[in-house]
Design a protein around this ligand. Structure first.
Ligand SMILES: [Zn+2]
Length: 182
């Protein structure tokens, strides 16, 4: 039996776009070509996510306008979930809502208590166009909702209101990376 290559091992580490970059605040285009360029994009996403020590990464976070995300994320039972989804649709988001700490590589070093559903299901395809369905609970459900949001041009800060939002944006302005108002 042949070992499959480690995801991201042939990918390039790309610059992560930061909060305020217009590409993060604009919905992404659906993928229509299931070709080598798409496979390269998935590899680059994995390489960049691992280099930044993240648990999920969406294509627009590396400046690519395409509906693709990758993940390598534990759930609350410490079960590891690893994969990618092309043209994802959040088809279920239900159960109790939980306010838990949420972070984002585009708001590096910061986090804020954010409400998410405890259960989520995403449908889409893999990079060959074959259908995939990914279900998650707990922290992984949070990740699935977070990544689908990215592809719709939404960052978790957009879910915050009042003092939580004010505090996060104040800390973002003081962050060592460049912050540009959206
Ligand atoms: Zn994010």
């Amino acid at each position: 039996m042949r070992n499959r290559p480690i995801p991201g091992s042939s990918g390039r580490v790309r610059a992560v776009r930061r909060f305020g970059d217009p590409v993060l605040h604009t919905p992404c285009q659906p993928v229509t070509a299931f070709d080598g360029a798409l496979a390269e994009l998935v590899e680059d996403l994995f390489a960049t996510m691992y280099a930044a020590d993240g648990v999920g990464l969406a294509a627009n976070q590396i400046g690519v306008d395409a509906r693709v995300f990758v993940y390598d994320c534990p759930d609350d039972e410490e079960v590891r979930h690893l994969g990618h989804v092309v043209n994802p649709r959040l088809v279920e988001a239900d159960g109790v809502t939980v306010r838990g700490p949420e972070g984002c590589l585009s708001l590096a070093g910061l986090e804020a208590g954010t409400e998410r559903y405890d259960h989520a299901v995403v449908e889409g395809t893999d990079l060959t166009g074959a259908p995939v369905r990914v279900a998650g609970t707990g922290f992984f459900a949070r990740c699935l909702q977070h990544e689908c949001d990215h592809l719709d041009g939404t960052v978790y800060a957009d879910h915050l209101t009042g003092l939580r939002r004010t505090r996060l944006l104040r800390r973002a302005r003081r962050a060592p990376w460049e912050w540009r108002p959206a």
